[in-house]
Design a protein. Structure first.
Lengths: 141, 268
């Protein structure tokens, strides 16, 4: 018999890799909206920037919270690593802007960022329709 | 005033690696955010101290911000390879410089000083004939051998210097096209490695020169073959000193990680 983990254990690990909160929390009912944000934060930041226009990190957090009806209450500091990743990928650009004695880094969508957002909207829309179709069959989204 | 937000930023500064421009930007953004958030909470009715603490609590732990900003192992490995490339170029250029010094010593102190054999060394008649064929005016096998070896030392080292120059030119050309690359290693890392390598090389080569001198003086002979390790050792010593100065300047330019110092440069 071959060595290594049994097939079930490997499948559980794969599942946990796809849905990190599953292994940690064990119960879907306790998954918070912030847990569900994993992997979507960059897309949401692009969406918030498209909605608000050029904005600094704090304004983006406020936009995210307001537009999600207070559901996305993530640690505010986590937006900065995500914004820096987006900038490295060329999807946003930023510059220091001084207003009312306070210096802020203001982010704006680039053309590539707009394209990425359009693609993200399409992907998300298909995904949401598919999930909805499974969870609530017969009810059109 | 060193309030809760300043203390938070000090702790954050200790966790963001590497320091430098990225640290200044992260601290500038985080401070602007925290002050904005605290002001909003203060307007909502919290007193200043409670508003600052609430803003920090909402912001998340220092690790929340710092951990995702740390360079990935792949990025660190890529920069390590680039640094190795640069150091190899510098090392080979230093070898070339020692070739120039050996050539100067050959011209001023003679080929024997650079590459003369120690007392008692002998060659086969065929080998001697080879040396004398290339250096017919040498007059003796030992002189012809010294001339041959000195020329060999100079030529080999100069060739290494040219290769090093090409390596460095390629490196500079590559870096011009990748100026925006994220810095993953501390600025002092490369000069520190160079200081250690050149320092060790200088120590070994200069000790070799001293040992040769001592051995030959004990034999009552003039110094022969000392110019070879001496030229390399002196260049290595010079390079090590330059690397130490560069390391110290990098350290004093990138640290200490004090928010007060950074804030003074970002005029927040």
């Amino acid at each position: 018999m071959g060595k290594g983990p049994p097939p079930g254990a490997r499948r559980a690990r794969t599942l946990q890799g796809s849905f990190p909160y599953l292994g940690r929390l064990g119960n879907l009912a306790t998954v918070t909206p912030t847990d569900r944000l994993r992997g979507h934060l960059e897309g949401l930041l692009l969406g918030a920037l498209a909605a608000s226009g050029p904005a600094h990190g704090y304004a983006l957090i406020v936009t995210l919270r307001r537009r999600s009806g207070g559901e996305f209450d993530l640690p505010e500091g986590s937006v900065y690593p995500a914004l820096h990743r987006l900038e490295r990928a060329g999807l946003v650009e930023s510059a220091w802007v001084t207003a009312a004695t306070r210096r802020r880094r203001v982010y704006a969508l680039t053309a590539a960022g707009n394209e990425a957002l359009a693609a993200e909207r399409l992907t998300w829309s298909r995904f949401a329709s598919a999930v909805h179709g499974v969870l609530e069959p017969g009810v059109l989204l | 005033m060193n309030d809760a937000i300043d203390q938070y930023l000090d702790r954050l500064a200790d966790r963001v690696h590497p320091a430098g421009a990225r640290l200044r930007r992260v601290l500038g953004e985080c401070e602007a955010h925290l002050r904005e958030s605290a002001d909003a909470l203060h307007r909502d009715g919290l007193d200043e101290r409670a508003a600052a603490q609430a803003a920090i609590d909402r912001f998340g732990s220092e690790e929340t911000v710092a951990a995702p900003l740390r360079p990935s192992p792949m990025r660190v490995a890529r920069q390590a390879v680039r640094t190795l490339w640069m150091l190899s170029g510098i090392g080979m250029v230093a070898v070339g410089a020692s070739g120039l010094l050996a050539w100067l010593l050959r011209a001023t102190a003679g080929a024997r000083f650079v590459a003369g054999d120690s007392l008692g060394s002998t060659y086969t008649p065929a080998r001697c004939a080879d040396f004398l064929e290339y250096y017919p005016g040498a007059g003796s096998c030992a002189t012809a051998a010294a001339l041959h070896h000195a020329d060999e030392i100079v030529a080999t080292r100069l060739f290494a210097g040219v290769v090093g120059g090409v390596l460095l030119a390629c490196y500079v050309w590559y870096r011009r096209g990748h100026r925006g690359d994220e810095v993953a290693l501390p600025a002092a890392a490369a000069p520190m490695v160079a200081a250690v390598l050149f320092g060790v090389a200088a120590g070994l080569l200069l000790m070799d020169s001293l040992a040769l001198t001592a051995g030959e003086l004990a034999n009552g002979e003039a110094t022969a073959g000392i110019g070879d390790p001496l030229s390399a050792g002196l260049v290595a010593l010079g390079a090590a000193l330059l690397a130490v100065v560069t390391t110290l300047r990098s350290i004093s330019g990138g640290a200490p990680l004090s928010v007060r110092r950074i804030a003074s440069t970002t005029s927040l």
